[in-house]
Design a protein around this ligand. Structure first.
Ligand code: GAF
Length: 463
């Protein structure tokens, strides 16, 4: 049995269990079941909110929602009743509830804010009416590991409502709306990468996304063909993008763009004029920044006390001379964004050439830049990357927003055990909490799994 059919079979079994649970809980069957995966980002970190390039993939761990729309005659017609099998305070289920008409940012907290944020942006659309509904969510995306568990819930909710209400919204529309839910309702100033990966990912490939236009392309990632695995190392260090560090980095990039007189940092790093009509790796050429000068921002060394990275950082970092306008710290933030965009483009080219070990070097260079220039790594992520590389990984980096969460390592299957053991030993030697380690595969983006509501059949067909 192939991986995909195994995954589909187990997804059907999960969907059946979820239907059963929903029926027990709410007293009637759901109208349908939808799933939306988490993601890892292969490369392209903190570039999305700078209108840049990213290369994430949807993973084989997903949130699944069972949903039933209420009819107008029900006594709680205007209310959303939510339940989750993830119960942070212990227990079996956690519950949330909100009235559709009285949603304001901050009015729902905890995990309920993710579906509520989606409803909040949908009811703001011209002509869209969202009735009350019941929703049960179950997820295999680890919470707090930086693998987009919250975006998976938002995306599963929005694809379900898009289908059930016959809204006919496209993937880019859905991505922009879930980003707004996150920014305006949840209060996290995140970019558009995670929800895009969850919506548009495809099994066997990574999503090459231009975050300015939302043009995208699936680039093959033939891991098994090359005997490779992507190992996730969940550092168990909690992170939150609603907190200061992420917002501060974003604000710093926006200030830099304003000071440089450009719309976004993307304008420093690409030659869009040369773009042919179709989206492909060849059309996006990393350009050098204006005012290239020999006295560009100096390359900083490792952060004091941080472990060294084994492996050669290798990338064409466009030189820039923002120092006339920017302070040293902001210049380093800008340099990360420019060099990271260039690394994404080079990674895409290497994948096209089947050079997966070259991709490993770029991943490691990305980590160095995130650690030293963007300063969003932490001791645990640095240790994980270093231990993985020393034990034979061909590339490793933190993935996602940083300040905790997970690292990923590109590892030959034959060396998986030794890499995993080395990481666990390093954490034990440093008396750190034992990390979770597991492999992930590029999986399909969000989709309808099962449909059971005769009243909604037409909507689902139309969308
Ligand atoms: C988080 C955000 F949600 C993304 O939008 C992105 O900015 C990422 O951090 C950093 O690349 O996952």
């Amino acid at each position: 049995m192939t991986y995909q059919s195994t995954a589909r079979t187990s997804e059907r079994a999960r969907a059946e269990r979820l239907t059963h649970r929903f029926t027990e809980l709410f007293g009637h069957a759901p109208h349908g079941i939808w799933r939306a995966p988490g993601r890892v980002n292969l490369i392209g970190e903190h570039t999305d909110y700078n209108d840049g390039f990213v290369l994430p993939f949807a993973i084989d761990r997903a949130a699944m929602v069972a949903v039933r729309l209420k009819s107008g005659s029900e006594s709680t017609a205007g209310t959303a009743d939510l339940a989750s099998t993830y119960a942070p305070d212990g227990g079996d289920l956690s519950r949330a509830r909100f009235s559709i008409d009285s949603l304001t940012p901050g009015s729902v907290d905890g995990w309920g804010a993710y579906p509520a944020g989606v409803v909040y942006v949908l009811i703001g659309l011209d002509g869209a009416e969202v009735p009350g509904f019941e929703l049960l969510v179950d997820s295999t995306v680890p919470v707090g590991a930086g693998l987009s568990s919250s975006h998976a819930v938002e995306v599963a909710t929005i694809v379900a409502l898009n289908d059930l209400l016959g809204l006919g919204l496209s993937h880019p529309d859905l991505a922009r709306l879930t980003q707004r839910a996150e920014n305006e309702f949840v209060g996290a100033p995140t970019g558009i990468m995670d929800q895009s990966a969850s919506l548009m990912g495809r099994a066997g490939g990574a999503l090459f996304l231009d975050c300015r236009t939302l043009e995208s392309e699936i680039v093959p990632l033939p891991l098994a063909e090359h005997g490779l695995s992507v190992l996730v190392i969940d550092s168990k260090v909690a992170h939150s993008h609603a907190d200061g560090g992420y917002a501060a980095r974003r604000a710093s990039c926006e200030r830099a763009a304003t000071a440089l007189g450009i719309t976004s940092l993307r304008d420093l790093s690409t030659a869009d004029d040369a773009a042919p009509a179709t989206f492909s790796a060849a059309r996006i050429v990393p350009g050098s920044a204006p005012n290239t000068a020999a006295d560009a921002a100096p390359v900083t060394g490792p952060v004091p006390g941080a472990p060294p990275i084994t492996g050669t950082p290798k990338t064409d970092v466009p030189e820039l001379d923002p120092l006339d306008v920017l302070d040293d710290e902001t210049a380093r933030r800008v340099r990360h964004v420019l060099s990271e965009n260039a690394r994404v483009l080079e990674t895409v080219q290497r994948l096209r050439q089947g050079d997966l070990s070259g991709v490993g070097e770029l991943m490691t260079a990305s980590h160095v830049s995130l650690r030293d220039d963007y300063e969003v790594s932490c001791l645990e992520l640095d240790l994980a990357v270093d231990a993985a590389l020393n034990a034979g990984a061909i590339g490793a980096r933190m993935t996602g927003g940083g300040f905790g969460g997970s690292a990923i390592a590109l590892v030959h299957e034959s060396q998986l055990d030794q890499v995993r053991d080395a990481v666990l030993k390093t954490f034990a030697d440093h008396e750190l909490q034992t990390p979770d380690t597991f492999t992930v595969l590029p999986a399909d983006g969000a989709q309808l799994i099962a449909f059971a509501g005769p009243g909604c059949q037409e909507n689902v067909r139309r969308s």
